[in-house]
Design a binder for this molecule. Structure first.
Ligand SMILES: Cc1cc2nc3c(=O)[nH]c(=O)nc-3n(C[C@H](O)[C@H](O)[C@H](O)COP(=O)(O)O)c2cc1C
Length: 201
């Protein structure tokens, strides 16, 4: 085995190594509005669920040139966001919205994405997204020693494309066809799906 101590790496290399082993990562495509009403859309793969009930997720946002990225700024200003699951059809548009545009640039227009209104929060949702999760800010948590801030958000409404929901109340991953992030510019799709029953103890 090669043993690596992250303190001995350049921060950039520690990041690259970490994201190459935490694979695949789900992608949250996040819609927010600023206090001035400016719209923003950007993807984040430091993203996961952290509690089942109430359903709670985290998205961790780094800085750009020493300032909060637009998504974090907007969430801190308004406390609301919508997370979308990216499927294969939407992968290119998602990637396009990761461009580090200035605050006043509307990624929706740039990517040519149609909007639908949300119900419980103000940021709009992506009409073509198979899943949209309306969320309200619970807490922002600065990650000690880093330039990242973790956003904890409570899901207040799920929007699920009708054909995806199984009778058991869960989404069919094979139909959802999510795209997940690997390292660098690499992505993956769902491979084979297998089942394992949990041990009965
Ligand atoms: C698939 C993907 C995942 C990303 N994940 C993150 C992430 O977890 N945290 C982060 O700070 N930036 C991440 N980025 C970079 C942001 O999307 C990028 O900095 C974007 O410009 C931020 O937009 P904003 O300033 O409008 O919020 C990711 C980019 C891509 C393409």
């Amino acid at each position: 085995m090669t043993t690596i101590v992250p303190e001995e790496l350049h921060p950039r290399d520690a990041y690259r190594l970490l994201i190459s082993v935490l694979v695949p990562r789900p992608i949250a495509w996040v819609s927010t509005l600023g206090a001035d009403g400016s719209a923003n859309l950007a993807p984040f793969s430091f993203f996961n669920g952290v509690a089942g009930s109430p359903p709670t997720v985290m998205v961790s946002v780094g800085q750009r040139a020493g300032h909060a990225k637009d998504t974090l700024r907007n969430v801190q200003e308004t406390g609301e966001f919508v997370l979308h699951i990216v499927n294969e059809e939407l992968a290119e548009a998602m990637n396009f919205t990761s461009g580090e545009w200035d605050y006043d640039v509307d990624e929706w227009q740039k990517a040519g994405l149609a909007q639908l209104p949300s119900i419980d929060v103000r940021p709009p949702r992506i009409a073509a997204a198979p899943v949209a999760l309306e969320a309200k800010l619970v807490q922002t948590v600065p990650v000690p020693g880093s330039s990242y801030t973790m956003i904890l958000g409570r899901i207040v409404r799920f929007h699920i494309r009708q054909d995806l929901l199984r009778p058991n109340g869960m989404v069919d991953a094979a139909l959802l066809r999510p795209v997940a992030r690997l390292a660098g510019d690499e992505y993956t799709t769902i491979g084979s799906i297998f089942t394992m029953a949990r041990p009965q103890v």
